[in-house]
Design a protein around this ligand. Structure first.
Ligand code: GLU
Length: 322
């Protein structure tokens, strides 16, 4: 079916979703990373970026929170740019684990590859792949510049978050060395782990994440800066990865109930991609048991419901200004 959405319909859907979810309770801040436990749990923002660059922001969309696992999407794009989608499939994989984001059990079960760049194991492997090999500073430049390109503006590490994560990332250290044991780390293991920890500690706003989501939805062209950030063919690959594992062991439930591929992070961020239509980001710190933001999930679902859209609905959607 052909469906037309107007800018004001979308603006109202975003505002209504915000009003509806603002006073929701439930969930709690991630506490295994001390810095995250102390973030104001009432922060809440939603941002939508259409493929024509039109933006709708409501709430705390300028607040810099920890990007955490949403960074996995951005660095997966970088390694796809550097090596191609096929190499990422071969060296990391594209399968959901069905297990928590930091599962060691998942590596033992599938020791021939870390399964997907969107869980901790695959994300650490992705950091190990980043060129230039063996050059920690050069690799970091590539990672942070790619984040700036995708988000349309620069982002910096939140130093206190980085320290907090580095002091407590014992599980991830085990993952990095277990991958090394299976020849699935493609550079120095400690350096790869450090790059992963650093990218998780980047401070990002909901507005920046929505621009990144909009860039993926727009086939690699940043809808705001108009810069061609990555090859159009990679957009469907990255969206497939997000759809397969974006909410870890809850991904099936998420896709079934929301209708939009999305990736979460324990900082409280969610990035959703509606190919050809829009990118959406929502942020609120309290998380459910699987590590996904309670309010951000509710907000994205509410927008989808209000607009009556879903990527599997079979509708061809046109967005028009009014
Ligand atoms: N830095 C976090 C970790 O590695 C990210 C987890 C997440 O956001 O899901 O545990």
């Amino acid at each position: 079916m052909d469906k037309t959405l107007t800018h004001s319909q979308i603006r109202h859907a975003v505002q209504d979703a915000y009003d509806e979810c603002k006073n929701m309770t439930g969930g709690k801040n991630a506490d295994y990373i001390p810095f995250l436990a102390n973030i104001d749990p009432d922060l809440f923002g939603i941002s939508v970026v259409l493929t024509d660059g039109t933006t709708f922001d409501v709430g705390d969309t300028g607040y810099k929170f920890g990007i955490e696992s949403v960074s996995k999407v951005l660095t997966a794009i970088l390694v796809m740019k550097q090596f191609g989608a096929e190499a990422v499939l071969k060296q990391i994989g594209a399968d959901a684990t069905g297990l928590p984001f930091n599962s060691i059990f998942a590596i033992l079960l599938e020791n021939d590859h870390p399964s997907t760049p969107l869980v901790n194991a695959g994300a650490i492997a992705a950091c190990s792949m980043v060129e230039p090999k063996g050059d920690s500073w050069g690799k970091w430049e590539a990672i942070i510049n790619n984040i700036a390109d995708l988000c349309g503006s620069e982002a910096q590490v939140l130093d206190e978050l980085y320290r907090s994560e580095t002091e407590t990332n014992f599980n991830n250290r085990a993952i990095a060395w277990l991958l090394k044991n299976y020849n699935r780390i493609y550079d120095d293991a400690d350096m790869s782990l450090d790059l992963y920890t650093r990218q998780c500690s980047v401070g990002i706003t909901a507005s920046q994440l929505a621009i990144c989501a909009g860039t993926i939805a727009n086939g690699g062209i940043n809808p705001v800066t108009k810069v061609n950030v990555f090859d159009r063919k990679l957009a469907s690959k990255i969206t497939t990865l997000i759809a397969a594992v974006g909410f870890y062991q809850n991904t099936g439930d998420w896709m079934y109930t929301s209708g939009i591929p999305a990736k979460s992070g324990v900082g409280g961020g969610v990035l959703g991609v509606y190919p050809g239509v829009m990118g959406v980001a929502a942020f609120a710190p309290p998380l459910d048991e699987a590590g996904n933001s309670v309010k951000a999930q509710a907000a994205v679902k509410a927008i989808m419901k209000k607009l009556d859209i879903g990527v599997f609905n079979g509708d061809s959607i046109a967005v028009v200004a009014d």
